[in-house]
Design a protein around this ligand. Structure first.
Ligand SMILES: Nc1ncnc2c1ncn2[C@@H]1O[C@H](COP(=O)(O)OP(=O)(O)O)[C@@H](O)[C@H]1O
Ligand SMILES: [Mg+2]
Length: 291
């Protein structure tokens, strides 16, 4: 293990964040798929500690095993060995290969998961209404307040199709946050967008994050996106994945788009792009397809 990786794995949570919950600890996790007896190892002895409230960006080539890891945390898939914990409690591990999905860890689908026939407010209120833990009044007060915090004032009675895609994606994040999750999981949510639209999405995500310091596990293969958003960058090897390099992004938050032209941003891009490129080439040579 390199000194850099060792340092990053053992370091305490970065100061300045207030989240007390939502620390994810991935310990020596292996995942082998075995469709029709043809074993495919997707995750190879992966160890990674994500402090509560961190924006942790997972970067790696297509097919390396990123989604597999996210699904294991979310409880959508089992792991073959190792342990995943949240705040010290085992989500999955020996004797319990699959985590139970829960509202404490939510996958934010950023593209079309809203009900088009419900208003934005009704979409946001939907989860807690189903859970039935809060009163009608409490749910709508919370929904309105969270929407206002996320810059969605005035869009409550619109349908998702009536607002811009940027606002729609804010609604999707607020809808996830209504369940008081400790961890939000994003799987390449902005991959199909052009860079200008992406920049609007990034600012929206950060703005919402600054008010709700949940842990964010965010998969991307866009290095610029990863450095712009993340407290930390985890560059994965080609399949089967495990961290190849872990890097602190030492650019202070709150960030805005001026960061992209800063010398430190460019340095970090230079420091990491060769490593990402090298893994992508290996992956390409192995004929990986996107998972
Ligand atoms: N359900 C599955 N059954 C068999 N193989 C799978 C399954 N899901 C993913 N894989 C394989 O596991 C590897 C990693 O996939 P995935 O985690 O989706 O990669 P990524 O998200 O990094 O693109 C790929 O080779 C993919 O084909
Ligand atoms: Mg994937």
């Amino acid at each position: 293990m390199s000194a850099n990786l060792e340092h990053s794995l053992s370091r305490p949570p970065t100061a300045g964040r207030t989240a007390r919950q939502g620390a994810i600890s991935i310990d020596d996790v292996v995942k082998v798929y075995d469709p029709d007896g043809a074993a495919v190892m997707a995750v190879d002895h992966c160890t990674l500690d994500i402090p509560a409230g961190e924006i942790c960006m997972i970067v790696g080539p297509s097919g390396c095993g990123k989604t597999t890891l996210l699904n294991a945390i979310a409880g959508f898939h089992s792991i073959s060995s190792g342990t995943i914990r949240m705040d010290g409690e085992v989500l999955c591990g020996p004797g319990k290969p699959q985590a139970e999905p829960g509202s404490d860890r939510i996958v934010v689908f950023q593209n079309g998961a809203l009900f088009p026939w419900k208003t934005n407010l009704e979409n946001v209120a939907f989860g807690p209404k189903m859970q039935g833990k809060l009163s009608h009044k409490e749910i709508y007060a919370k929904a309105r307040s969270m929407m206002a915090d996320a810059g969605l004032n005035g869009t409550e009675n619109n349908y998702p199709g009536e607002v811009s895609s940027g606002l729609r994606r804010r609604v999707e994040i607020v809808r996830a946050l209504m369940n008081d999750p400790k961890v939000l999981l994003f799987d390449e949510p902005y991959r199909a967008l052009d860079s200008l639209t992406k920049s609007v999405m990034h600012e929206a995500l950060l703005e919402i994050y600054y008010k709700n310091k949940v842990t964010i596990f965010f998969i991307t293969h866009d290095l610029e996106e990863a450095i712009f958003l993340g407290h930390r960058l985890v560059i994965m090897t080609s399949r089967p994945c495990r961290p190849k390099k872990i890097l602190d992004v030492d650019i202070p938050h709150p960030r805005d788009y001026s960061v992209l032209t800063s010398p430190r941003f460019r340095e970090l891009m230079e420091e990491t792009s060769a490593i990402v490129h090298e893994e992508a080439k290996k992956s390409f040579a192995a004929g990986e397809k996107e998972g």
